[in-house]
Design a protein around this ligand. Structure first.
Ligand code: ATP
Length: 257
């Protein structure tokens, strides 16, 4: 269970971009965060894994207040939070297997990682997950030889190799074509169910958010102004979340009501 209470974030002492934000996500729920550009979606995800420092408030993951962790404790805690990125963040010159095994850094010795002497159990788990997402036959291929969708599958497997307690995805489909994008969304939803893992997805495409997630959180100016099942996201709610965003811009984001 992830429980966020009264979260505030100010960058460099400026106006808050997250304002007393409360959010609870548990079980195998797939939650999408939507909202216009600058609403604070990325900042929220980055506060959860402490890529940015929250100004105040608490973020509790299964009993641990992540905001209270010292720098020295962060490395361990970050293993508990899987992260999937828009730009995949793979090491191009490494193979798929090597990229996937980098999710085990921190669990295995640096020596084992450098010499590619991965524990048998980690290799078995990697193949199981790669098989599941359809990239096992690329295990020895370099990451830069893969398509965008395949690269994102590697990113997902790497995150799952950490055995995270929650998966965060920051615009995971933004650089993919529409069909591949839908496949990745379906994959995230199915994996959440199979692994009983809560997933939070920051996404611009509202059509996909409605189709592939269980719950939609709508943000505006650092606050949550909508939090409900996809069917409840009607035209009035959309107008509130995207107030001031021209219709053509909404449509370009897949956000037309
Ligand atoms: N490192 C930073 N330093 C200062 N201000 C920042 C920083 N990162 C984000 N901001 C500001 O915080 C606000 C929220 O940004 P954030 O990236 O979280 O929004 P977002 O909803 O994810 O937007 P987008 O959909 O465009 O990615 C914006 O006004 C942005 O300019």
């Amino acid at each position: 269970m992830l429980k966020i209470e009264k979260l505030v974030k100010r960058y460099n002492g400026g106006d808050p971009v997250l304002k007393d934000l409360d959010l609870e996500v548990g079980g195998q729920q797939v939650v999408s965060i939507i909202g216009s550009s600058g609403a604070g979606k990325s900042t929220l995800l980055r506060c959860i894994n402490r890529l940015v420092e929250p100004t105040s408030g608490t973020i509790t993951l299964n009993g641990t207040d992540l905001t209270k962790l010292k720098k020295s404790e962060l490395r361990l805690a970050r293993r508990r939070i899987g992260m999937v990125f828009q730009s995949f963040n793979l090491v191009d010159r490494l193979t798929v297997m090597e990229n996937v095994q980098s999710g085990r850094l921190g669990y295995i010795s640096t020596w084992a990682a450098l010499t590619r002497r991965y524990p048998k159990e980690d290799i078995r788990r990697a193949y199981e997950l790669m098989e599941r997402v359809g990239i096992a036959h690329y295990a020895n291929k370099r990451a830069d030889e893969l398509s965008g969708g395949e690269r994102q599958r590697v990113g997902v497997v790497r995150a799952l190799m950490q055995q995270p307690e929650i998966l965060l995805a920051d615009e995971p489909t933004a650089s993919l074509d529409p069909k591949t994008s839908e496949q990745i969304m379906a994959l995230l939803r199915d994996l959440a169910n199979e692994l009983e893992l809560p997933v939070i997805i920051n996404i611009h495409n509202v059509t996909e958010a409605k189709q592939y997630t269980d719950r939609i959180v709508g943000m505006r100016y650092g606050r949550i102004i909508f939090d409900d099942v996809p069917d409840a996201l009607d035209a009035a709610a959309m107008d509130e979340i995207y107030a001031g965003v021209p219709a053509e811009d909404r449509a370009a984001q897949g956000a037309a009501a």
